[in-house]
Design a protein around this ligand. Structure first.
Ligand code: NDP
Ligand code: 2IT
Length: 450
């Protein structure tokens, strides 16, 4: 980056930080994008003259509301919830809902901002949004989760719709929560329509949506490796997290010949040097998707494995790392350890899992770096396919949806190459940011001043 561009980025970030104080995650997500986009925007004066970057970093609106509910002991509880409707230039707002105690407006703004670019990259007509609550589903009974979801929908139903805003799942929001939310929307509105994605197969859900983010992330990684004349076969892989994205990343990476040796949750990570095969993954699915247990239990079942309390998996030597838990789970020091162990690729299943200086370190060292916006777009892409099926009132086969997912991930990879190729090294972050930006920016230009 030249010093002129650096000054321009710093100036832009000073203004953004002043307008959005106390929102470090949002600042981080915007800085990453602005650093790569500023030279491009300077070369395309029409974007600069129309203040597209300034407009794209300001959400269309944010809805904030209280959610009151009653726990099993009869105590009244109050949480805060948000829906950040970030940008609907190329389609209705689309993006997940997150339930986690560390959810803040900053976290949801970073997620909503990135969703705009990600959804654009899928090639489907989806704008970007995100929502959620600081509600902690951990340790709550099904009935408590149901009462919370119903109370949340009492407000949320006014703001969503198949042509307005279509939420889905994210951390802490899976099949159970989407079912409670959908059932209550239907009751409030007396309408059965595709206002949420990630629905159950009996009521409008799509095959492969559960697997889509993890599978898509591995397809993207395989595309990056193939482009270098390599593949996942015989590669040792690290996966963090043990939720929806992590589980199906392990499944597909294993099917493509990789050996996954780690998984984690917020208590620590497990290391299984023999690899987590299909049988062991079935145990994890039951542990995490059914019993909602802790990853440490893996070592009681598979005694060759070890549990490392309160640690992350990045110190285990491997070829490929898939961070699939949460934001900022891979620091600059972690990146240096991965590089010292000769990592070949880092492919982000989670949103913004790598700290920005860690990203710079990986890209400067020219390892393959698959940024979240591109690498985890498979989830929202199949959500888009769920919307299409709902609109058509039919269901596509598993093979059909999986084939479309593969094609979309392949096309995203191509777009990253188109905009990120420099001297033979593909800067996928730059490619994804520019390719995602152009479609949204062109729509905004066409609309004039809105
Ligand atoms: P889940 O709730 O299914 O799983 C989250 C996993 O991450 C759990 O293992 C959880 O551990 C761990 N985790 C969450 N927060 C923290 C934290 N603060 N510190 C350490 N570990 C943590 O969520 P998903 O798998 O759906 O989401 C994972 C990531 O993927 C998120 O970044 C999400 O935004 C992103 N993503 C999800 C998509 C989807 O379709 N679901 C699509 C695209 C991206 P524990 O149980 O101990 O909290
Ligand atoms: O971050 C994401 O892309 C998601 N949580 C999925 C969003 C969606 O609408 O399926």
């Amino acid at each position: 980056m030249t010093s002129d561009v650096r000054n321009e980025v710093d100036g832009f970030m000073r203004g953004l930080t002043k307008r959005n104080p106390g929102e470090p995650e949002f600042h981080q997500a915007v800085r990453e994008v602005v650093e790569t986009l500023m030279p491009f925007v300077n070369e395309h004066r029409e974007y600069k003259d129309a203040q597209i970057l300034e407009r794209m970093t300001e959400p269309d609106r944010i809805i904030i509301f209280r959610v009151t509910w009653e726990d099993d002991q009869g105590h009244i509880r109050a949480n805060r919830a948000w829906r950040v409707q970030f940008n609907n230039s190329i389609g209705p707002y689309k993006g997940g809902l997150r339930f986690h105690p560390n959810v803040t407006q900053s976290v949801l703004k970073f997620l909503g901002f990135e969703q705009v670019f990600k959804n654009s990259l899928t090639g489907l007509p989806m704008g970007g949004g995100k929502g959620g609550s600081n509600f902690n589903p951990k340790g709550k009974s099904d009935r408590e989760v149901m009462r919370f979801c119903q109370s949340m929908m009492v407000e949320l139903h006014r703001h969503i719709g198949e042509d307005t805003d279509v939420p889905a799942g994210d951390i802490g929001v899976g099949a159970r929560e989407i079912s409670y939310l959908f059932g209550f929307y239907k009751r409030l509105e007396n309408r059965f329509s595709g206002i949420l994605t990630g629905k159950g197969l009996a009521f409008g859900g799509s095959l492969v949506r559960t697997e889509a983010t993890g599978y898509g992330c591995v397809y993207f990684c395989e595309n990056m490796l193939n482009h270098r004349g390599d593949s996942l076969k015989h590669k040792t892989c690290l996966v963090s997290g043990s939720g929806n994205v992590a589980i199906y990343t392990v499944e597909k990476a294993t099917q493509l010949g990789g050996k996954v040796v780690t998984l984690s949750d917020s208590s620590g990570f497990i290391h299984d040097p023999d690899g987590i095969d299909a049988e062991k993954l079935a145990f994890i699915k039951d542990l995490k998707e059914v019993r909602r247990g802790r990853i440490a239990e893996y070592t009681t079942q598979f005694t060759n494995a070890t549990f490392h309390e309160q640690q992350r998996p990045w110190s285990v030597p491997a070829d490929i790392a898939f961070p699939c838990a949460t934001q900022n789970e891979l620091s600059l020091d972690d990146a240096k350890i991965l590089l010292a162990n000769n990592i070949q690729a880092v492919c982000e299943g989670a949103n913004m899992p790598t700290e920005l200086d860690g990203v710079h370190q990986l890209i400067n060292t020219k390892v393959l770096f698959g940024p979240a916006k591109a690498a985890n777009a498979g989830g929202v892409a199949v959500s888009g396919l769920e919307q299409s099926q709902n609109a058509l009132r039919l269901s596509w086969s598993r093979e059909e949806v999986d084939q479309r997912l593969r094609t979309i991930m392949h096309d995203i990879h191509e777009k990253c190459i188109e905009h990120g190729n420099g001297d033979g090294y593909i800067n996928y972050m730059k490619g994804a940011n520019i390719a995602g930006f152009v479609k949204v920016a062109d729509a905004m230009l066409a609309y004039g001043v809105v």
